[in-house]
Structures are given as C-alpha cells and as structure tokens.
Design a protein around this ligand. Structure first.
Ligand SMILES: Cc1ncc(COP(=O)(O)O)c(C=O)c1O
Length: 487
C-alpha cells in the first residue's frame, strides 16, 4: 500500500484522535465507577499531560471530550472538576418469575407504537433507530464510494455464498474486541442482527417449542417468536446484572426449553449487563444441557467497560453459543449488514440463509470491511459512547426533575435506552395515549413482555434527535404522568 501525504495526515490525525479519546475514556471510567468522586477536582491540564506523557494540547482535547460528555466541568480560575451527576433515582425492581411459557401475541400493540414512533409529526422516544447524526456519515459515504470505484464489477455480478471473505475476516477481527476467536470461514453475513437471530431460531426450534428469554425483552424478539409459533418463557432479570441464572437453571430443570435468547450486554430494554462470572456460568450451563444460546451482541461495543464487551461466546468451548451481531447501532444502520457464527448449527443456518434470502450486495460488504479495518474505527466507537453517555446523563437528570415522586429508572453502563418504572400503578397505556395527544411518542412497557406484566413501565429511546424540543417533550411526559397520577 502506498501512503499518500493525505493518507499520512489522516493516519497521524487518527492516532492523536485515539490518544486523547483513550485518555478521556480512562478518566470517564474512573468517574462512572466512582474512583473519581462527583465534585472532586481533576488534575490540571499540565498535570494530566505529564501523568499521561502527552502534549498539553492532547490533554486539553481529552478534557473537552469529557466536558462534552458532561462528566467534568471547568470552573473559572479553579480548574476542572467532576460534574455533579443528575439526581439519582432508585433502579427498577428485578422482574418476577413467570411459572410457565406462554404463546405470544403482541404484533398489534407494537405496530401502533412503531407507527407513531416513526411519524415525523411526533417527537419520538419510541424508536430503536439511532439518528444519522450519531454516526460518522462522511466516513461511511467515503467508504461506499471507494467500494463503488474499486469493486464496480460486483454491481452486475450475482452474489452467492456466505459473504465476502474480506468482510468475514474484518468481522472476525471485530469479534476479538469481544474476546471471541472466530474463524472467518465459519461466519455468515446477514442483512441484520434480527435476521441472524431469526435464522438461529429456525435452525434449532420447531413450532410450539419453548424459548427462554430475558424479561422484559425487546419487542422484536417477541414478534419473531410469534411469527415462528414459538412459546416464550420469560426469565427474571435484574436491571443491572441481567438474566437470573438461578431462575434459568430452574427453567432448564422443569421446562422443555429448546433455546435461550439473550442480550448479555446492554439488554433491551433494561440496559443490564451480566457479570463476567455469570457469562462464564451461562456458557457452562448451556453446554451441559446441549441447549443452544442465541447471543445478541448488537450493543457490546457501546458498553462503557471493556469487560462488559466480552461475549458469552468467548467462554464457549463446544459450539453451543450462536453469536449474532450487526452494525445497525454502531457503524452504519443504512448498510443493513449483520452476521452470525452459529457454532454447531452453522451449516443448517447457512442453508436456511441461502433458501430465504441468499447473498447480498457485495459492494456494501466491501464498504463495511473498509470501515471496520480503518485506523479511526476505534475512535469512532469512543466518540459514539461519549455522545450517548452525555445524553443519557442529561435525560436521567430531566426525568429526576420532572417525573412524579416514586419513579424508578435504569442506569445503563452504555447504550441509549432507558427503562422507567412509574409510581402508584400508573398505566403506561394511559400515559402513551395522553402523550400522543401532545404529539409525543413513548413506548408502553407492555410491548416488552408476552403478558401484561410491565404496564407500569415505559421505554425511552434516546438515540434519535436530542435538542431543546426533545428535552422539553421529555419534561412534558413527566408532567403528564404527574397529572394522570393526581387525577
Ligand atoms: C437487542 C436488539 N437486537 C437486535 C436489534 C435489531 O437490529 P438489526 O437492525 O440489526 O436487526 C435491536 C434493535 O432494534 C435490538 O435492540
């Protein structure tokens, strides 16, 4: 490869980018885990530069990134201090166990909410789709046009097979960041994470089978189960540490569980992340029973801490974990590219993929391979994490100020989703309707279970626009909740 002057400039820019973001991330971690207390003074720019062996301008950049994330604040003539965190609300209770599996029927509920969430007439907290400004659009655009120049022949060639090897190699490298050593040849490229999960479910279940999953869980999973005529067994989940493995063990002992579907890192909607010990134990549990674990790692790169990015698949020795990911939330939703390594079921999943949707646009595969292997890629993740952390902090602060007393809220270590438990038995469907009258869309909690058990909760997606109107709308949701509770 020849390095042009522009490429050299790009490279050195991305190296220094990485450096200041690395320092910012280390400090952010110390703030979030309490090592640097709220209100405490942080080193001066000069001290930081000396401690980290960097130039003062890199130290200033690191502090700017932390200021943008509202983790530190500059006080005139006094230096930098750890910012006061928005008032703390208690976290929701762990969910209660369901004794038996149930048939799923949630599509109509989800359809109505999604329609409102996508409507341009509404201010929406109901969409799972991050908005375009969260991504490095120019970088993506350049990668696509480079691919179009270099691989123009592919546009008129019928694609076949499991995905271009360059992309599968790039995904295998990407998976190293989750502690997984995957063989590129075992990877299958898909259209999306949901397609990967759907293929895995089809490969390991028959209609009527029982699938264990977190409770509450992502409504699209429930819709998938419904479409495949599978039964849902909802396993209690802790808002911080995720799936209860004791409850899952009991389910294995007492119910005919055919597969487990879980999001061990930043689950949707709770934002919970399992401990490393639990991840190891989960891998052992499924391998002892020979029950497949369909692991969704879509949010792993958004986790604040490295250890939470480690997948359960990293502990899988017998091929019992089917790992599914995509780049919809982290790199470029519009490229529609996901992947799966289906362990013992790889050939069946590959066959199903060929039957149902075949291969896809090779050009976009090249663009994604390029994006994943560029030197600036890690720093793009860091920037994304910092931006959404700032939003989540701000949104939690607004909720603490404007929602009725007794409200509980999750404190996810990454990601852009908040789960709010409303006080006094307030019905989220009533709140949903009242918000619609004010042209605000939220997602009521009952979409996140096959039963009505989360009617007192709401889901807030903060990945969309985040401006003054959005912030006012969030306060308004709190005010409406207060009025409903009083009336
Ligand atoms: C946990 C989880 N998995 C999968 C998806 C879907 O991802 P994709 O668009 O790649 O199918 C979402 C969000 O929509 C999600 O929250």
């Amino acid at each position: 490869m020849t390095l042009t002057p522009a490429a050299v400039a790009d490279l050195s820019r991305s190296t220094s980018d990485t450096l200041y973001l690395q320092i910012a991330e280390r400090l952010a971690r110390s703030i979030r885990n309490g090592t640097l207390a709220r209100g405490a003074r942080v080193p001066s720019v000069r001290e930081l530069a000396r401690q980290q062996g960097v130039s003062p301008s890199t130290a200033v950049q690191a502090y700017r990134a932390l200021e943008d994330a509202r983790l530190i604040e500059a006080r005139p003539r006094s230096g930098y201090f750890v910012a006061a965190r928005p008032a703390r609300l208690p976290e929701p209770e762990p969910s209660a166990p369901l004794v038996a599996s149930v048939e799923v029927d949630i599509s109509s509920r989800a359809e109505q909410v999604l329609k409102m969430a996508m409507s341009p007439d509404h201010i929406s907290f109901g969409a799972v789709c991050p908005s375009a400004d969260l991504f490095q659009q120019e970088r993506v655009r350049r990668a696509v046009s480079r691919a179009a120049q270099r691989h123009r022949d592919t546009l008129c060639t019928y694609p076949i097979g499991p995905g271009h090897l360059d992309l599968r190699r790039a995904i295998a490298r990407h998976a190293l960041g989750m502690g997984c050593q995957l063989d590129a040849r075992d990877l299958l490229v898909t259209n999306s994470c949901l397609e990967s999960i759907s293929l895995c479910l089809r490969a390991v279940t028959q209609p009527g089978d029982v699938v264990a999953l977190e409770s509450p869980t992502h409504f699209s999973f429930l819709e998938l189960l419904q479409s495949l005529h599978l039964r849902a067994l909802e396993i209690p989940t802790h808002p911080r540490t995720g799936l209860s493995l004791d409850a899952l063990q009991l389910a294995f002992d007492t119910q005919p569980v055919k597969a487990v579907l879980a999001v061990p890192t930043l689950s949707n909607p709770l934002g919970s992340s399992m401990t490393l010990a639990d991840r190891r134990r989960l891998a052992q549990m499924v391998s002892q029973r020979g029950i497949p674990l369909i692991e969704d790692v879509i949010y792993n790169m958004l986790a604040e801490r490295d250890d939470m990015r480690r997948a359960v698949k990293a502990f899988d020795t017998g091929g019992d974990v089917m790992i599914c990911g995509s780049f919809s939330k982290t790199v470029a939703p519009g490229l529609r590219l996901g992947w799966v390594e289906a362990g013992r079921w790889s050939s069946e999943v590959r066959r199903l993929k060929a039957v149902h949707s075949g291969a896809h646009t090779e050009l976009l595969e090249h663009a994604m391979a390029d994006l994943l292997t560029q030197p600036g890629h890690e720093s793009a993740y860091r920037q994304l994490r910092a931006t959404i952390a700032a939003r989540i902090d701000a949104a939690r602060g607004l909720i603490a100020e404007s929602f009725p007393k007794g409200t509980r809220i999750t404190e996810p270590a990454g990601g852009f989703i908040l789960w709010v438990e409303l006080p006094g038995g307030l019905d989220s469907m009533a709140l949903f309707q009242a918000c619609l009258d004010r042209r605000i869309a939220i997602a009521p909690g009952n979409m996140f279970s096959a039963t009505e058990r989360f009617r007192h909760c709401i889901w807030l997606g903060l990945g969309g626009r985040w401006d003054a109107a959005q912030q006012a709308a969030l306060r308004e949701v709190g005010a409406i909740a207060g009025r409903l509770l009083a009336g």
